[in-house]
Design a protein around this ligand. Structure first.
Ligand code: PLP
Length: 468
């Protein structure tokens, strides 16, 4: 095998840039320092007539883009719920690109499909979900929610004698859908894609956990097909819905139970966190992300459906030019026909961690979140608003304008990056500890950076008494 001119140089240049970027994460500023418009101006917006050598394209791309990169793979990054990338997962993802397999059909690309099937089996064992469930690798939790809810829609309608595949939704019995008041917006979007409209909201407690009695009362108000969406991991508090009673209540009413566990489902792999997920395996479907807590590269969501046939019915596609499958094809488990083998980095992440490593990863994230919360709670004027049971820390610095000013000071400082939000009517900073690179050193730097920012922002007159 000789060198392949063009390919070799381009990959070599990409490797140099990638390793330089990854090597800089420990010390670099976290927020980006250029805007999208500034990066576009450097790239140039007119497509040139003559093309460039591949290696030169890669060099130009890296130089132009780097100032606009947010160091979300840094251990000092806590924005939204993102996570970084484990070395084995990132390297496996490069192989996936080089192999360029279309992972939709089992008999056409058996190598990568086998890897995904092994990863799927590991996931079910690790998360304690029913053997034989369908596991689909979707682009993220939004599409994993969509996949699971599509399966739910077909099955609950079929139970009342309606075939949504044949007859669509026009004239169909109405499906009642219940979501907690603090459910993630991606569930609403998925319901909208599915033509199910806006869900009925169910009351939650002060940590955003669904109230089981309110769910029972809401279900009792009507009859017919129903879907209940529960949540493992509230984006503000990290809280988990009470699965054991809520699933039982929903099932008694004949409802399908779906769990959005985009980042929280991973708690099910950790014995010390078992109380959070008690009863979760009794649900009917579960959506999660590998690209959050498991730390694989984007894009990788996972849709698990206990009633595998229901998802094949919703997603399956049969055309004469495709192969006739010897068994279930991956294209029957997710919305896409053609897709990259995004389950391969999941396999690599799990292979590199082992089940013990997954437990240590998740426990490490939780203990870093608790240490950040403890450190910040000692800063004058700071208040941690949530019970830190998982990976999320939600903080205020008194009046909303001061909290926002602390956020701006932190971004200017650049050492750490939380994200800003509103929770229960108050401006908050959210620290989502989702990155395998976050450890005690990063926790120390984080608390010090927050203290610096808080000191730089004056406490409004008359509010001093709130400082502890
Ligand atoms: C609870 C929850 N559900 C769903 C999503 C959507 O995930 P994705 O962005 O991977 O589609 C997120 C994203 O942060 C989330 O936190």
């Amino acid at each position: 095998m000789g060198p392949e001119p063009g390919t070799d140089e381009a990959f070599e240049r990409a490797t140099v840039h990638a390793l330089r970027w990854l090597g800089s994460l420990a010390i670099r500023r976290v927020p980006s320092s250029a805007t999208a418009d500034e990066v576009a101006a450097v790239l140039g917006t007119d497509l040139p007539g003559p093309g460039e050598e591949p290696a030169a394209v890669i060099d130009r791309l890296a130089a132009a883009v780097e100032p606009g990169l947010m160091a979300s793979a840094s251990g000092r990054f806590y924005g939204w719920v993102m996570g970084g990338t484990l070395p084995a997962a990132a390297a496996a993802d490069w192989l996936v690109t080089a192999w360029d397999q279309n992972a939709g059909m089992r008999d056409a690309t058996p190598g990568v499909v086998a890897v995904e099937e092994v990863a799927a089996g590991w996931l079910l064992q690790l998360l304690g979900l029913p053997a034989g469930s369908s596991v689909g690798f979707a682009s993220g939790a939004t599409m994993a929610n969509f996949t699971c809810l599509a399966a739910a829609r077909g099955r609950v309608l079929q139970r009342v004698g309606w075939d949504v595949g044949a007859d669509g939704l026009s004239g169909a019995p109405r499906i009642r859908v219940f979501v907690g008041e603090e459910g993630h917006g991606s569930v609403d979007v998925a319901l909208r894609y599915l033509g199910l409209g806006a869900p009925e909201r169910v009351a939650v407690d002060d940590q955003g956990r669904l109230d089981g009695d309110a769910l029972a009362a809401a279900l009792a108000k009507g009859a017919g097909p129903a879907i209940v969406c529960l949540q493992a991991g509230n984006v503000h508090s990290g809280s988990f819905d009470p699965f054991l009673p809520a699933v039982a209540t929903a099932h008694r009413a004949g409802a399908w139970v779906h769990v959005d566990g985009a980042f929280g489902l991973w708690a099910a792999a950790v014995p010390s966190l078992a109380p959070l997920t008690d009863g979760i395996a009794d649900a009917d479907s579960w959506a999660t992300d590998a690209h959050k807590t498991l730390n694989t590269p984007y894009d990788c969501g996972i849709a698990v459906v206990a009633d595998a046939e229901s998802v094949h019915f919703a997603m399956g596609l049969h055309a004469s030019y495709l192969l006739t499958p010897s068994t279930v094809d991956p294209l029957e488990t997710v919305p896409e026909l053609s897709r990259r083998a995004r389950g391969v980095p999941v396999w690599a992440a799990l292979a590199s961690l082992g089940s013990h490593g997954v437990q240590e990863l998740v426990e490490g994230l939780v203990s870093c979140a608790q240490a950040i919360a403890d450190g910040i709670a000692r800063i004058p004027g700071a208040e941690v608003l949530n019970d830190v049971v998982y990976t999320q820390v939600c903080v205020t610095f008194g009046p909303d304008e001061r909290t926002r000013a602390v956020f701006t000071a932190l971004i200017d400082d650049g050492v750490v990056m939380p994200s800003a939000s509103m929770w229960h009517g108050r401006a908050v900073l959210r620290f989502s500890v989702s990155n395998w690179r976050t450890g005690p050193a990063e926790v120390g730097e984080t608390v010090a950076a927050v203290e610096r920012a808080a000191r730089a922002v004056a406490v409004p007159a008359g509010r001093e008494e709130r400082q502890q």
